[in-house]
Design a protein around this ligand. Structure first.
Ligand code: SF4
Length: 240
């Protein structure tokens, strides 16, 4: 008798905060930063694509310094192509991986002109066709430039989601899926910004400022940093 085929093992999605509990987290983060936006400077959707593509493994402050002069003379694909590869390189030399990034800026500008009539597409499928644009960059552009409720998981969001237990995951894709499940619709547009800013300024990679954190009582992180004001250097081993 033929054996019944074994059922494929069903992968269980990581346990997230429920919608209600996540709603409380977002409400507190939103109260801390009522109108959050990306800290990258841009003047239109095109310059946002360029800025985000330049920002991989670089700080927003560093990218802003480089793009200040660049966007003054090249804020459209046509003007960027007129500037040429050497021209772009001369502006972005201070940013890590600049040679490759400059090539991508030229190539994506060319593709925008050739395939999209010079405008930035408004779907993830089209955006990720552009050289140097991955899922994370596409999600940032869709959210910030076009007001779509996407969540781009960067290093800060990955850390905050896992530490707190809000939306755990082994990799950025899994965290993105967890966040999509557990983020109430009312907070989906701002979630990306609130989580990034919380990770950048409060839930930092080293020594998170747990004593000053608005979601401390809900956070599952075991090694919370104690309040430095209460752990005076004049402890048992201090002078005296
Ligand atoms: S309590 Fe600490 S670890 Fe938890 S979210 Fe706040 S800063 Fe991060």
């Amino acid at each position: 008798m033929a054996k019944t085929p074994t059922k494929a093992k069903r992968k269980r999605a990581p346990k997230t905060f429920g919608l209600e509990k996540a709603g409380v987290v977002y409400a507190r983060l939103a109260a801390d930063r009522p109108d959050p936006h990306t800290e990258l400077n841009f003047v239109n959707p095109y310059t946002l694509v360029v800025a985000v593509a330049l920002s991989a493994q670089a700080t927003d402050v560093g990218v802003n310094k480089a793009t200040k002069g660049l966007f003054e003379i090249a804020d459209t694909p046509e003007k960027m192509l007129a500037l040429g590869l050497a021209g772009v390189e001369s502006h972005v030399k201070t940013i890590g991986l600049w040679r490759n990034k400059a090539k991508n800026v030229i190539a994506l500008s060319q593709m925008l002109l050739d395939d999209f009539g010079g405008t930035v597409p408004q779907t993830r499928e089209d955006l990720i066709l552009l050289p140097g644009v991955g899922r994370k960059t596409a999600n940032v552009v869709l959210n910030e430039a076009f007001g779509q409720p996407t969540i781009a998981v960067d290093t800060h969001i990955f850390r905050v989601s896992n530490r707190t237990g809000l939306a755990p995951g082994k990799d950025p894709d899994q965290v993105e899926q967890s966040l999509e499940r557990t983020t109430p619709d009312a907070y989906k547009l701002g979630a990306h910004h609130w989580l990034i800013l919380h990770g950048r300024y409060t839930c930092t990679a080293r020594k998170p400022k747990c004593w000053d954190c608005c979601i401390r009582d809900m956070c599952k992180f075991k090694d919370k940093t104690p309040d430095p004001a209460k752990t005076s250097s004049l402890g048992p081993k201090g002078p005296g």
